[in-house]
Design a protein around this ligand. Structure first.
Ligand code: BGC
Length: 448
């Protein structure tokens, strides 16, 4: 049974749902630019219209209410709120104030992600995340959010998955801006992101102790092949290894140790020191960090085993059949059992599953229904494993399904549908509740 204070939510992000790139004084983000280069996004899709959340947010928030969740996670587009000279764009403020008011009107709790990958293009043109000057720009953005939106929202997430946006975006792996940073630049970028987080956290909480400020991590989780304690020990030792080359930047301890243990892994700190990346006060900021919850986006896992020689292996499970729409997305519900357990053993903090979901090639029946048994089974089996972890003492406090509605799945375009609500792209973006919408609704009702 889930604890009574448990939060159920859904999530979306600005570029994936909003559209309206030229309205309300919005400036181009790296995704606006990247998506317009032929070949970058499947089928030439772009977020120019996306699912038109910009104009239809009332309808979508009402659907979230009907779904039965209590929390609505969405992201702000930095490019709507800040002009290139750093001043506030009041039209952007007005838009997000209306969205937040609507969320409250529906009696939902808003959770704002401040950065879900849509960096202003002018900042990318100045070097992007590897430049220390990005701290001033980010902090200026956050101070605008604080001044104009704090009365309507008290729960913030500074970054969504740096593991993805730095690695995929700056090792040219199919995400904007499609650049290639060196190892040194990757280290600088990761450090800058963390400094932005800690400074933003301090700023948002100053004078407002009720404000919560977290950081969203992602990872391939772990599923041990058996319950051999030696194997679990090997997982604990290997999972938190520090990056040695650019390929390792889809990594954990470089972000999570500073966030939750208040220091870098020793090798990382040595590197930052030797390469003059650390500035005075940086390590103190990390020491004073206030992260009290670990946010995890979890979808799939690596399978871990010891071979006959006792050597440790951790690999994606090869599947012959294509399971869903995306090759990386295999239904592995035990992800939500073992991974939170592993994380809690190292960091001893409450956990929120800030994303989890499935992409299916849904189709609309002639009588207007979407039967998506695979998504329902994904959702319910993951929830079941999460409950099992809670029963075994893991302190998980919330679960957010990704995503409320189908949307632009980044470079994969509109093909992979993650939503509980089907978007009829051919028919005026009509919203249709899928079967899984009702299954999540039922689960929430039974667990309230
Ligand atoms: C991201 C989402 C994305 C989802 C599915 C997460 O990595 O935060 O933006 O749509 O996974 O790929």
């Amino acid at each position: 049974m889930l604890p009574s204070h448990f939060h159920f939510g859904v999530g979306t992000s600005s570029y994936q749902v909003e559209g309206a790139p030229h309205e309300g004084g919005k400036l181009p983000s790296i995704w606006d630019v990247y998506s317009h280069v032929p070949g970058h996004i499947k089928n030439g899709d772009t977020g120019d219209v996306a699912v038109d959340f910009y104009h239809r947010y009332k309808e979508d928030i009402a659907l979230a209410k009907e779904l039965g969740v209590d929390t609505f996670r969405f992201s702000l587009a930095w490019t709507r709120l800040v002009k290139e000279d750093g001043s506030v764009n009041l039209e952007g403020v007005a838009f997000y104030r209306s969205v937040l008011e609507e969320i409250h009107r529906q009696d939902l709790r808003p959770v704002i992600t401040l950065y879900h990958w849509d960096l202003p293009q002018y900042l990318e043109d100045r070097g992007g995340w590897k430049e220390r000057s990005i701290l001033d720009a980010y902090l200026n953005y956050v101070s605008i959010v604080k001044e104009h939106l704090l009365d309507l929202c008290t729960d913030f997430l500074t970054f969504n998955e740096p593991q993805c946006f730095l690695y995929l975006g700056y090792q040219n792996l199919g995400h904007a801006p499609g650049k290639v940073y060196t190892f040194d630049e990757m280290m600088r970028a990761a450090h800058n992101v963390l400094m932005c987080h800690f400074k933003a956290q301090k700023l948002l909480k100053e004078g407002h102790p009720e404000v919560t400020v977290g950081f969203v991590n992602t990872m391939n989780g772990v599923i041990p092949e058996n319950d051999d304690p030696q194997l679990w020990k090997a997982i604990q030792e290997n999972f938190f290894k520090t990056p040695k080359g650019t390929k390792d930047f889809y990594t954990q301890s470089i972000y999570m140790d500073p966030l939750y243990l208040h220091h870098y892994p020793k090798e990382v700190e040595d590197y930052l020191r030797e390469h003059n990346i650390l500035e005075p006060g940086d390590l103190d900021l990390i020491k004073e960090g206030k992260d009290d919850t670990v946010y995890l986006n979890l979808y799939t896992s690596n399978h871990c085993y010891l071979d006959e020689k006792g050597q440790y292996h951790s690999e994606r499970r090869p599947t012959k059949e294509k399971q869903g729409y995306l090759d990386w997305l295999i239904q592995e519900p035990e992800t939500l059992y073992y991974t939170p357990k592993l994380i809690q053993e190292r960091y001893h903090l409450p956990i929120v599953i800030s994303e989890n979901g499935d992409a299916v090639e849904d189709t609309l029946t002639p009588d207007g229904h979407v039967h998506d048994p695979r998504r329902s089974s994904y959702l319910l089996s993951y929830l079941h494993e999460m409950e099992r972890a809670i029963d075994d003492g893991v302190d998980i406090r919330g679960y957010f399904y990704w995503s409320l509605c189908d949307n632009l799945e980044w470079s994969e375009g509109f093909g992979p549908r993650f939503g509980l609500i089907y978007i009829d792209y051919k028919n005026n973006l009509r919203r249709i509740k899928k079967d899984s919408f009702f299954d999540y609704h039922k689960f929430i009702r039974e667990n309230r």
